[in-house]
Design a protein around this ligand. Structure first.
Ligand SMILES: *Cc1c(COP(=O)(O)O)cnc(C)c1O
Length: 399
């Protein structure tokens, strides 16, 4: 891949995000093939990476979408997804926001009792999913664990009697139970325990047609990382799911909403070295990017593997890789990287999920272009921003 990265950086400049479309297809198929159930529906969580071409690629694979905002729903419909293949799973939005999404015919997930009651009064017949918080801590990072007791996500499992009372009295059409435990599920047994709790809840609703187990599948960022073995998890889970469906006496749709699993390792971020600076303590590598382009290391403390593609055989040396934003802006500390020289190109791995979509114009810096590699060739799928983009939407008044 290194030579194609170099070609792309030469053609479109750096920094640049590059996505390997074939890898996305492989990830999708590996996920799909892991589950042996009569009706599996994968809803790609497009907040991970939402370029319209990526959305179209998922559509071509037969995927649906998981959206968390009206903007994402808009993009999904633009990309050609059928409304019933879009599931809207936001957090803390108003009734009117749900109403504008159901007008389009999308599926929705409600995640609090207040909206459940209001929605039940005004739209009892529209099928909904209910998001449950099972209070199981699954997740590698406090910021992305959404199952704990004080989480803002979902309706507490302890409030099930309240849910049942609303559903019964208002005649709400509950088509599915949803749970998204948060990122970084490693332990297959934790996942099976969550699933068991959800089955127990689902069987209390006579209108149930689907179970949505969200996502949180962990992928590798470095060689020895633990990760979700989806094939193994899928095999044991499918048995449990099919047994539940049989016990219930009717077929159920199984839904998932993977984001990171699908696109993280298909993404690369290529940046150029501006400055090498020695201090009394370390050697800094200053690149032509900053946390405004790739915020995960600063925001979550995430690890992204970095390689020097301009000098891959160079002697390994210890570096701290930093960005150009005018405050602390560290991509990596104390990394062994092949000897780095000014002008070299560095590639960051796992730059597919939550990288471009979290990028900003902080420091009035432009967001990078995106390029998609597919079947040996590559295409520009988003231009580098221009200075005009920085002023777009601003209204100049007489001062
Ligand atoms: C973010 C999100 C996902 C995707 O999570 P990943 O860890 O990227 O797979 C799925 N479902 C919901 C409701 C989400 O908010």
């Amino acid at each position: 891949m290194n030579s194609i990265f170099t070609d792309i950086a030469r053609e479109y400049g750096s920094p640049v995000f590059i996505y390997d479309g074939n890898r996305i297809v492989e990830n999708y198929n590996r996920f799909k093939d892991a589950f042996h159930v009569p009706d599996l529906k994968i809803h790609y969580a497009c907040k991970a990476l939402n370029n319209i071409n990526i959305l179209k690629l998922f559509k071509s694979l037969g995927s649906g979408l998981d959206c968390v905002s009206q903007g994402e729903v808009h993009m999904g419909l633009k990309a050609g997804f059928a409304p019933e293949d879009i599931i809207y799973t936001p957090n803390g939005v108003s009734l009117s926001e749900y109403e504008s999404v159901i007008e389009k015919g999308c599926r929705i997930t409600l995640d609090n009792l207040s909206i459940l009651e209001k929605f039940g009064v005004s739209h009892p017949d529209y099928p909904i999913h209910i998001r449950i918080n099972p209070h199981l801590m699954a997740g590698g990072n406090r910021n992305i664990s959404v199952g704990h007791i004080d989480s803002k996500f979902g309706i507490s499992i302890h409030q099930l009697p309240h849910i049942l009372r609303l559903v019964k009295n208002l005649g709400i059409n509950v088509e599915g139970i949803h749970v998204h435990t948060g990122s970084d599920i490693i332990d297959k047994d934790v996942f099976l325990r969550v699933a068991d709790m959800i089955f127990g809840i689902a069987e209390q609703f006579d209108t149930i047609k689907s179970i949505d187990l969200g996502s949180g599948f962990k992928i590798k960022y470095k060689a020895n990382d633990l990760y979700t073995d989806i094939t193994k998890l899928g095999a044991s889970f499918s048995d449990a799911f099919n047994a539940f469906s049989e016990r219930l006496g009717r077929p159920l749709t199984l839904r998932f909403e993977p984001g990171k699993f699908m696109v993280s390792d298909a993404g690369y971020f290529v940046s150029q070295v501006n400055v090498i600076k020695q201090t009394t303590a370390c050697t800094f590598v200053g690149i032509n990017s900053g946390f405004n382009h790739l915020i995960r290391p600063m925001f979550y403390g995430s690890y992204h593997q970095i390689e020097n593609i301009s000098n891959p055989e160079g002697e390994k040396k210890l570096y701290s890789v930093v960005g150009n934003i005018c405050e602390t802006d560290t991509f990596a500390e104390d990394r062994l990287i092949s000897e780095v020289r000014e002008q070299d190109l560095l590639v960051f791995k796992n730059a597919g999920a939550y990288c471009f979509t979290m990028a900003s114009n902080y420091n009035s810096r432009l967001r990078p272009p995106e390029v998609l590699i597919k079947d040996g060739g590559y295409s520009l799928i988003r231009k580098r921003e221009s200075y005009d983009d920085l002023l777009r939407g601003q209204v100049e008044i007489d001062i």
